[in-house]
Design a protein around this ligand. Structure first.
Ligand SMILES: NC(=O)c1ccc[n+]([C@@H]2O[C@H](COP(=O)([O-])OP(=O)(O)OC[C@H]3O[C@@H](n4cnc5c(N)ncnc54)[C@H](O)[C@@H]3O)[C@@H](O)[C@H]2O)c1
Length: 325
């Protein structure tokens, strides 16, 4: 830290740090262990809703003593931005010094949000999916479709991907990009059913809606499959959710907070938290035939796990712009 200054990291700077998905998954597993042991401070996220509808801007603070990380993300999600050619998710993160409370850095949080959400899916899948899982269905081929697939590819011996998006051009672009990036066979499918049936791992990553469109029907998710519901229950019919043998979330108190807000009206009882799986307080998958699900809501802790890694590596690489406090 420079006297009286803090570091600003633009989106470009954050990307230039070049933190790998494998590093983020590893760090996040440590953070979930800390959370499971009760050593993370993280109040539920307050939010405002300009324009109403499904728009949100959330404040997400967290303190993780073991990672010497404290700070807050101020993040917005505006579904209409896709039509405007703007990112659905955008915002800034402030990293504070744990000794003095002074701001160390302000950074763009788009890349962080994408990567840490994918990493949280991978941590959940490590405990809930079959280790030999090789076929993935991605429903919605945006930022989250990309980062979730990238993260799953770190943990599983992936071979085949079925990609569905309501916008076929987006699905085609996704297939071209991800097949060459990850050296996988990525096929575009023209209906959601074909992305779910026959997949070992399923990721739904479309818009989060208070009233689910509930497209995925009972009987689609194979026995033994794992699904990550990045867009909450928006994609799933209540009877399809009812087929799950084990549903976990990243934070039960935030899950209940969202229930009070009107989400998850027809979702079955949650089995446990990710932190409980990582610490062994609760068991993960118990048989090759179970259908398992993770509903990770996205935690401030996830962001504050990545932020100090970025900050330290940015200092080493001399990236960013120093601003006067
Ligand atoms: N749970 C979490 O931790 C977490 C974290 C970040 C983002 N999210 C959520 O993930 C979702 C995706 O975010 P993003 O940044 O990838 O957005 P994005 O705009 O990059 O991508 C969204 C994609 O969804 C497609 N789409 C819309 N409706 C669809 C449908 N019914 N079926 C298939 N495709 C559909 C769009 O064409 C677009 O390609 C958002 O709902 C966001 O709020 C969740």
């Amino acid at each position: 830290m420079k006297e009286n200054n803090f570091l600003y990291l633009s989106r470009k700077d954050v990307e230039a740090v070049d933190l790998s998905m494998a590093e983020i998954i590893e760090a996040l597993e440590v953070a979930f262990r800390e959370k499971g042991e009760g050593r993370v401070e993280m109040p539920p996220k307050p939010g405002i809703h300009p324009g109403g509808g499904d728009n949100f801007i959330h404040a997400m603070p967290a303190y993780i003593p073991a990672l010497e990380s404290a700070g807050i993300k101020w993040v917005s999600g505006f579904p209409g931005n896709t039509q405007r050619g703007l990112p659905y998710i955008s915002g800034l993160l402030i990293l504070n010094d744990v000794e003095t409370g002074l701001p160390l850095a302000v950074m763009d949080c788009g890349w962080i949000t994408g990567m840490r959400t994918g990493a949280a899916t991978a941590v959940a899948a490590k405990y809930l999916a079959r280790p030999e899982s090789s076929t993935v269905g991605i429903l919605a081929c945006g930022v989250q479709g990309r980062t979730n697939l990238t993260a799953l590819d770190v943990v599983f011996p992936l071979l085949h991907v079925r990609a569905f998006d309501i916008d076929t051009d987006r699905a085609q672009a996704f297939a071209a990009e991800m097949s060459s990036l990850l050296d996988l066979e990525v096929a575009v499918v023209d209906n959601p059913r074909d992305a779910v049936i026959g997949s070992d791992l399923v990721v739904t990553s479309g818009p989060i809606l208070k009233t689910p469109h509930a497209t995925i029907q009972p009987g689609w998710l194979d026995e033994g499959a794992f699904a990550s519901l990045v867009d909450f229950d928006s994609y799933w019919h209540p009877l399809a959710l009812a087929e799950a043998d084990r549903i976990c979330t990243d934070d039960l108190s935030q899950y209940r907070f969202y229930m009070n807000e009107g989400f998850f009206r027809d979702t079955p009882e949650i089995y446990g938290e990710l932190g409980e799986l990582v610490t062994g307080q609760k068991l993960g998958r118990q048989s090759p035939r179970e259908r398992t699900m993770a509903i990770n809501l996205g935690l401030a802790m996830d962001d504050m796990t990545v932020a100090p890694l970025l900050y330290r590596r940015a200092l080493q690489k001399d990236l960013g712009t120093w601003l006067l406090r």
